[in-house]
Design a protein. Sequence first.
Length: 714
Amino acid sequence: MTTKLDLLLVEDNASDAGLIVRHLRKAGFEFDYLQIDTEPELRTALEQRRWSAVLCDYSLCGFDAGVALDAVRQTGLDLPFIVVSGEISDEKASRLMRAGAHDYVMKDNLARLAPALARELDEVHQRRARRAAERSAEEHARRLQRSQQVIDSLREGITVTDLQGTIVDVNPSFEAITGYSRAEVLGCNPRILKSGRHSPAFYETLWHTLVTTGTWRGEIWNRRKNGEIYPELLTLSAVRGSDGLPTHYVAVFSDLSKEKQTEAHIHWLTNHDALTGLANRQLFMDRLQQAIEAAANGSHDGAAVLLLDLDRFRRINESLGQEAGDKLLQHIAGRLQLCLKGRASAARLGSDEFLVLLTQFADTEAIAAFAHRILDEIARPCTIGGHEISVTASLGISVFPDDGRSAADLLRAAEAARAPIRYGHHNRLHFFTSGMDNQARRWMEIESELRQALERRELQLYYQPLLCARDGRIRSLEALARWHSPALGWVSPAEFVPVAEESGLIVAIGDWVLHTACAQARRWQDDGLPPVRVAVNVSAHQIATGALPERIREVLARTGLPAAQLEIELTESTMMADTEFTSAQVEAISRMGVSVALDDFGTGYSSLAYLSRFALNKVKIDRSFVHKLASDPKSTTIIAATVGLARGLGLQVVAEGVETEAQQRTLIAAGCDALQGYLFSPPVAAADLSRLSALFAPCEPYATPRTALAPPPD
């Protein structure tokens, strides 16, 4: 505000008064104020100073806002009177407004106070300006001419017509608002401004009111000279001569375009996510409720809620920063919109969660097909800030009326349908089933107990051998975490590892696994066993910290294990999430002499040709291909092709999940270097490995890995 105000604050609670003052000052108002809380003080204050506005609580000491309003009206002053109350019923508020109060604001929603006060101060200014203009128009042409300077200085447009409706004068603001010059409109009828938006009946009512009462006020749409239609607040008044008869009509109007745009923008912000432009939760729930009602009435096919959650989004924020994370969210929102194409509506629920409302589908198969298209679209790599990022998503789906009959019930069901996602089933969709509530409770139990597991030393390391395909000797062991909880019993890694990843506990657990495995390998060597290599799985969260190479260096130094006897295993999805960032860390690990293996190859979106840019030593073919050897001849072809390409890149190939001798023969024939699986040994505790010690053989050095300098193929 440019003009300093004098505010009369009628409030008997000092704390509330302070809150109001701080809120207004924060909104930019400059003012002095007087706080009073009795009726005598109010009447004295109204007599002693010219106030800009009165802000009054409803319930006061010995009187209320209605009494205060009467006192203000008795002064005859035209100043804003705004009720600021903690509790007021609609009936009382309506009564006060009818009595002359200009607005009321609840104390728990003070965000409305500043715009309400600004609006009413502006209205006072406009009323005073209009009164000045109307008084000027009532005088003879000499007085009209003498007051022209005042009229010309007003920001409101003014039009003066004779009784036949012919324009006899306008002010500069009229020219600025309409685009017409004074010379162009003199002698014309105001109908040149008509927008075409109002019916003849509208204008008939307007003129009837003006002629019978002498005034008309309201919003109207007019047209500028350039053809643009705009809203204006218009006041029409009859100017009367000394004989009391009308001599002219004066129109005072202000352009409401900016106000309307502001209202529209505020409405948009209230219902949309500012980052992505998608609908927010409130708007989505409104749309969902409407869809439910329409489906119940048979107006369309039905209503399905798809709750989408980006997999491991936190790691992108941790490694690349929040700005990159925000850009990724905007990118995903754009891809969602492309998938929808008017068939559905999308919203951002918060963080990395999105909602989709689908109303046009034949059955659940159609919903699933639509959801798979969304997952495929999101999984395509994208470039953010110079980094190529691959991110997957998972979907929980609920359908009306089977999974819920209200918007809240359907959303809860979709959230419950995401429970399997937390057990490692990423990049998939899950329809709600009745057992999913139990899965969600199980997740919470595991997370609660897992937070204490390291402290209580409940975690153990088991080791599964990798046998050389050439001679059947054990040259490396994969370290695998196992957990026996006093409260939950044995908990499968398929359950607790995803919980650890989502909760962030995986970094501490991974650090413990790394140190424990290296220390154990060194103890075996000290006990006289051949120096076998120990393989440790590393999570995406450990990579995201950027500190993994240094941590490996510290552990090797502390345990005394040679670098050549440690192998780090990373999954394909971990490597492909941010290739540049991950590649730099893999390179640093490889330079220490630590070998690096690509685990679960074939489950993601990459290829060996793409992965040639990483300093890898080994590729582990995912067990899903091994299991299908007998039933799907293509699996043999895929494994043979993988072996051939890996050999060309100087990589060793390991087949996981070998369970039968037939699989063993096929894999050896395909050229695999090493095999791992229950056919040879399940994971066993360190103390139980003695029965296999005769098969231990010194680990063979790998060839120096090559790191491609060329960019990955398109």
